[in-house]
Structure formats: structure tokens, C-alpha cells
Design a binder for this molecule. Structure first.
Ligand code: ADP
Ligand code: MG
Length: 604
């Protein structure tokens, strides 16, 4: 075939394919135009999941009659003149492609009027072919109606999902924009129902409630952080509220909805060790950043961006979310089903004075008699204060400060009652009974100590009196070789020692006393399961795994002192309520629950 120029129609349909993929993309572009036009009220109407009709009416600035035709041409925009302005762009649009694209794959009608004209004008485009604008009566603002989307590109129509899916995409999109612009009024209707309506009073939590229901909205934690030209605002879910996928994680950057995997990853890292594997938080986060620090022109639908300094943004998001999370993290309640199906509310911060005083004394004397810093089981390890990153004195809160913090991340001081089933510790707290999983709790304690030492770049390593040789299968050898620096960093000194044989010369003090070769084999197994994750993740994951291997198992009976030391250590943890893999370390039965269960109070 000879080379020919594409006809303008075909060329524009191809170009449209990049911007307009599905009905929701039409809604997105039109919404963004209305917001750019300074609208305060935006009404969206969809029929048949937007395939039949999408209409968006706004009270924005409007388009002058003599510019209507131009507005719908490709590369026509009122928002950008020079290319360097791209780095100071304050509007959502700038490519001048949306109206042209939509017009080439639908029947589009634009009706608009600007404030200083008496009449409005109407302009129609059908499959890229336009008619001359006509004068019509209209209120100030713009109404854009898109009918029979993709009527002239049947191949596109075939790619659309079911009406339910396409409709959900539109609903989600409008809800997210409503949340991002709480001061604007949004209304979404579908011919039968008002799907969403917001008041425009700036109250984001009310919009959350419309989205997720009042219960969820109440639980969402507020994020608000500011740092060197960046602010992050919005909501994230507490660790008790999760989904099985990332779909409820939304980011807006400078008012624009983006799909930035890096940002979700940063958020997920804030939840690291707090969520079960395969669970994801809900989040709606709004990042404001200087326009010159972000490149918005890397994706036709502007759904992706590039940061000038991605690490800085990434770490800001992670720290902000972590801060919000740690400020609040309740003990898992006893599942009501476990206790006869009554609803159970566990909420009590009141500290009985007698109890607290008695308890405080007890903790003091415990610390005199037990080297609580290191729960090194199976080994009488005394001394070695350098391993104790968290000083035991941090246990000695005044009763007051303890009472205040009890509803936050930390756990109250606990009085040990004993061990049951060689697996659980039973303890009393100011607000009831605690059952503690010794393995999960010890994992948490080891993990936090190790991470604290890592933070201070001083993971204490202890030389073995006699180095231990370990022989591994050949395929594991390569793997281990590549991971030696990481191991070293964590306090394992391992050297190649002949074919497929390694010699362990030192291991972290924190783990001394456990079998070095078992530890190394366990680590290699773990490496083998992994596909190359991020470096930071490797370290945390590795730390979590090492701790899991080294923690006391269920089935080990612990001495009284070991039990006390474990409790005391857990009390000093930053996130004592979950193990590094996200499972709970404890179950709490409040006084209230006990009283109800014994029929002393409330439900009969
Ligand atoms: P872009 O938004 O990238 O400029 P569009 O094709 O979306 O390109 O829109 C072209 C132009 O039409 C805009 O620059 C704007 O001037 C005008 N326009 C589009 N929609 C509206 C609206 N709802 N209100 C006022 N002006 C609009
Ligand atoms: Mg636009």
C-alpha cells in the first residue's frame, strides 16, 4: 500500500482514543473543565452508564460565542501559551484536546453563555463534523451534552465493560472529585435517582459519610501535615478497617486525580507490619506541591505525574500517614460472636487509682529483679546492656500519663497473672483482662528493638565462641552470596567457607542463644520466597522474618521472669497491638464485657 496522510477524521479518532477511553473519561474531562472555569455548582447527569448520554452543567465563566468553535478544535486552549508555563500550571486542563476528542467520537452539544453577553450560543459537533453556532437563551455558565458515545467507533464500544462497571467508574470519579473539592456543590443523577449530592460547605467528613456510610466515615483518621512547600490533607483508615485491594486508595495532586503507584506504595509502607498480608487501607489524600516540583505532562489523560524529587514526596507521605496512624490504634475487640453474639463495646480509659499505684510498685520491683531488656530465652544472658535500645525506665510512666495514653497506640501497664497452654499470657490491666499471644508479642518486641538499633545504625553483633559451618544446596548458595551485605547489616557475620559452605562467625546480640545454623537456613528459605522488592522493604521484611524465626514459640513454657520481661518489653513498644506481620498480639476483655457476660450489668 502506498503511504498516505490519514484523513482528519481518522487521525482525530486515533488521538481521541488516548484521552477518551470510556464514559468515565468524558465525565473526568468535563468536570475538570468546569472546575477550571471557576464553577461553584456542577450537575452531572448520566443515562445508561454514560453510553447514551452524559450532561454536565456548571455555573462557571462560560465560553464566548465567538470562541465556541475554537474551543472544540484540537490544541485549542485558553489555559496555556508557552511551553515553559507547563511548570507553573494551575489549571487542570492545558492540552486543549478534551472537547475535540469527545466531539470526534460522539454527538456533542455545547451551550454556553458568559456573564457580559445577553444571550448564549449553542454549538454542535457530530463525529468530528460541526455546524455553525446558533444563538439561544441560556443562563451564565456551560452545559455540555455528550450523546451516543463511540457511535462511530464500534470497536471502542466493544471494549466497554458492563453497564454496572462503567457506571461504578463514573460514580467513583464524581465522588472523589467531590471529596477533593468540598467547597463546591456536586450533584450526580441518573434519571431515576440522585446518586450523590454535596453541600459545598467544605465538610469533607460529611462527603465521606455519603461515600462510605456514617460508620466508616467516623472511623477514618484525619491526616494533616505540612513540610517545605508540601501539604498533605485527607483521610486514611485505621488498621481495623481494610479492603482486599488498593482500589480505595485515592491521591489527588494539586487538585488532580492521579494514579501514582509510588504514592500508594508510600502509604502502604506507613501501614507496614500493622496490616495483615493482602489487606489494604482506604485513603483519600490530597497533596499540594509547588507546580514547579511536579511534571503533569507525562500522560495523555494526565493521570500520571513525575516529581522532581520523588523520594522527598514519598517519604513525606509515608511519615504523615504513619503519624496519623500511630496517634490512634486500638486493641482489637473481642469478636462479639465469640461471646454469644451480643454487641460488645470496649472503651475505657479510667485507671483505678489503687490498682495503678500497686501496679507501678510492682513494675519497679520487677525491674530490679529482671533484666527486662532482653528476653533471651533458653539462655541465661545477663549483662549486655548495649542491646537494650529501649530503656526500661520508659516503663515508669506516671499513672497520669499512662491513663492518657491508654486509648492510643500504647498499652497500659499490665499485671501478670500467668501463662496458659504454654502459649498465652494472662494479664490484668486497668480496664480488664488481657490475653497475650506470647509468640506474636515476642515477635513485635524483637522487631522494634532490631529496627530501633538499625535506625541508630548500630545493630549489635556478637561473635560466636566457635564459628558454625553450614552447608547449603548449590542454588541457595548464589542467593545467599548476593545477600551477605544485608545480613552483615543486621549483625550476621557470614563468610563463604568452601564449596556451598558458609561459616557463621557472629550474629545479632538480640538473638544470641538461638541456634545459628537454624537461623541461617531459615533466612535463606525466606530469601528464596522473595522476588526482588524495594531495598527498604527488604530490610523491614527481613527484620520481621528474622524476628518471627527467633521469637519464642507457642508450646514453650516460660519462667515467671521471662513472662514478666515479655510484658514489660511489650509495654514499651510503639505498636504493641500487632505483630510485625499484622496479626494481633492481644485480646482485651474489658471490665464492661466481663460484667455483661456474667449478667451483672446491661443485657439480660
Ligand atoms: P483544555 O481544558 O486542555 O484547555 P479542552 O478541550 O478541555 O482543553 O477545552 C478547550 C477550552 O474550552 C478550554 O481551554 C476552555 O477555555 C474552554 N472550556 C471548556 N469547557 C469549559 C467550561 N465548562 N466552561 C468554560 N470554558 C470551557
Ligand atoms: Mg479540559
Amino acid at each position: 500500500m502506498p503511504i498516505r496522510m490519514l484523513s482528519p477524521e481518522v487521525a482525530s479518532q486515533i488521538a481521541a482514543g488516548e484521552v477518551i477511553e470510556r464514559p468515565a473519561s468524558v465525565v473526568k474531562e468535563l468536570l475538570e473543565n468546569s472546575l477550571d472555569a471557576g464553577a461553584n455548582t456542577i450537575a452531572i447527569h448520566v443515562e445508561e452508564a454514560g453510553k447514551k448520554r452524559i450532561e454536565i452543567a456548571d455555573d462557571g465563566a462560560g465560553i464566548p460565542a465567538d470562541e465556541l468553535e475554537l474551543a472544540a478544535s484540537r490544541h485549542a486552549t485558553s489555559k496555556l501559551v508557552r511551553s515553559d508555563e507547563l511548570f507553573s500550571i494551575m489549571t487542570l486542563g492545558f492540552r486543549g484536546e478534551a472537547l475535540a476528542s469527545i466531539g470526534s467520537v460522539s454527538r456533542m452539544t455545547i451551550t454556553s453563555r458568559v456573564g457580559d453577553e445577553k444571550e448564549g450560543a449553542r454549538f454542535m459537533v457530530e463525529g468530528g463534523k460541526s455546524k455553525k453556532p446558533t444563538k439561544v437563551g441560556a443562563t451564565v455558565g456551560t452545559v455540555i451534552c455528550v450523546e451516543d458515545l463511540f457511535y462511530n467507533v464500534p470497536a471502542r464500544l466493544k471494549f466497554l465493560k458492563t453497564d454496572t462497571t462503567e457506571r461504578r467508574a463514573i460514580d467513583t470519579l464524581v465522588a472523589r472529585y467531590a471529596l477533593a473539592y468540598p467547597a463546591k456543590r456536586f450533584k450526580l443523577t441518573d434519571g431515576k435517582n440522585v446518586v450523590l449530592q454535596t453541600a459545598g460547605d467544605g465538610d469533607r467528613r460529611a462527603i465521606l459519610a455519603a461515600l462510605y456510610g456514617v460508620d466508616v466515615a467516623k472511623q477514618m483518621l484525619e491526616v494533616h501535615s505540612m513540610e517545605e512547600g508540601m501539604t498533605l490533607a485527607g483521610f486514611i483508615s485505621p488498621t481495623s478497617l481494610t479492603r482486599s485491594n488498593r482500589k480505595e486508595i485515592t491521591f489527588f495532586i494539586n487538585g488532580r486525580w492521579v494514579h501514582e503507584v509510588a504514592l500508594s506504595t508510600a502509604l502502604m509502607q506507613a501501614y507496614h507490619t500493622l496490616l495483615m498480608v493482602g489487606r489494604y487501607p482506604l485513603a483519600a489524600l490530597f497533596l499540594e506541591i509547588k507546580p514547579e516540583d511536579v511534571d503533569v505532562n507525562v500522560h495523555p489523560a494526565k493521570a500520571e505525574v513525575r516529581f522532581r524529587n520523588q523520594d522527598k514526596v514519598f517519604s513525606f507521605v509515608q511519615r504523615s500517614a504513619r503519624k496519623a496512624l500511630l496517634a490512634y490504634s486500638p486493641v482489637p475487640n473481642v469478636a462479639p460472636s465469640l461471646w454469644g453474639g451480643r454487641s460488645v463495646s470496649v472503651e475505657s480509659n479510667s485507671v483505678g487509682l489503687d490498682w495503678t499505684i500497686g501496679h507501678d510498685n510492682q513494675v519497679n520491683s520487677d525491674q530490679l529483679s529482671v533484666n527486662s531488656g532482653d528476653l533471651m530465652l533458653r539462655q541465661a544472658q545477663h549483662g549486655g546492656p548495649e542491646t537494650d535500645a529501649q530503656s526500661p525506665t520508659s516503663n515508669l510512666h506516671s499513672p497520669n500519663s499512662q491513663a492518657q495514653s491508654s486509648s492510643f497506640a500504647r498499652i497500659p501497664l499490665l499485671r501478670l497473672i500467668g501463662q496458659i497452654g504454654a502459649a498465652y499470657l494472662v494479664a490484668e490491666g486497668p480496664d480488664g483482662l488481657y490475653l497475650i499471644d506470647q509468640h506474636a508479642a515476642h515477635e513485635r518486641v524483637l522487631f522494634e528493638k532490631l529496627m530501633a538499633q538499625r535506625e541508630m545504625k548500630s545493630i549489635a553483633s556478637q561473635a560466636l565462641l566457635t564459628p558454625v559451618a553450614v552447608t547449603l544446596p548449590p542454588q541457595s548458595t548464589q542467593l545467599l552470596m548476593s545477600q551477605l551485605p544485608v545480613l552483615k547489616y543486621f549483625g550476621f557475620d557470614v563468610e563463604e567457607f568452601g564449596p556451598n559452605t558458609f561459616q557463621i562467625r557472629a550474629m545479632p546480640v538480640l538473638f544470641s542463644g538461638s541456634d545459628p545454623s537454624a537461623a541461617l537456613r531459615a533466612l535463606v528459605e525466606d530469601f528464596e520466597e522473595d522476588e526482588a522488592p524495594l531495598k527498604d522493604e527488604v530490610e523491614k521484611k527481613l527484620a520481621a522474618r528474622v524476628c518471627k524465626r527467633m521469637a519464642v514459640r507457642a508450646g514453650m513454657s516460660l519462667s515467671n521472669e521471662e513472662q514478666r520481661a515479655l510484658l514489660a518489653d511489650l509495654e514499651t513498644c510503639d505498636s504493641p497491638r500487632t505483630c510485625p506481620h499484622g496479626r494481633p498480639t492481644m485480646i482485651h476483655l474489658s471490665v464492661d464485657v466481663l460484667e455483661r457476660q456474667f449478667g451483672r450489668r446491661g443485657a439480660r
